[in-house]
Write a protein of this length. Structure first.
Length: 80
């Protein structure tokens, strides 16, 4: 059965050489385009992630309280 398939396909390729070459080139171009789209997609996602990290960023300074709070007597003084 494999011999029959090989005989038919090689016979067809020999009788239609230009068509066979164009088909092989079309498949190669299609695979190359698919791979290129994959590479572009990966690069675009990486750049988008980098832009988000740049926009969000980290603070240059952090202000933290001591956790003790204020004396209750200061509230009346500040309110006045």
């Amino acid at each position: 059965m494999l011999w029959l398939w090989w005989h038919v396909s090689v016979g067809h390729a020999r009788s239609h050489r230009l068509r066979t070459v164009v088909q092989v080139l079309a498949i190669a171009v299609g695979v190359a385009l698919g791979y290129a789209v994959s590479l572009i997609n990966t690069a675009a996602l990486a750049e988008f992630s980098a832009a988000l990290r740049e926009v969000n960023g980290e603070a240059d300074a952090v202000v933290e309280g001591s956790g003790r709070g204020f004396d209750e007597q200061l509230y009346a003084r500040v309110a006045a």
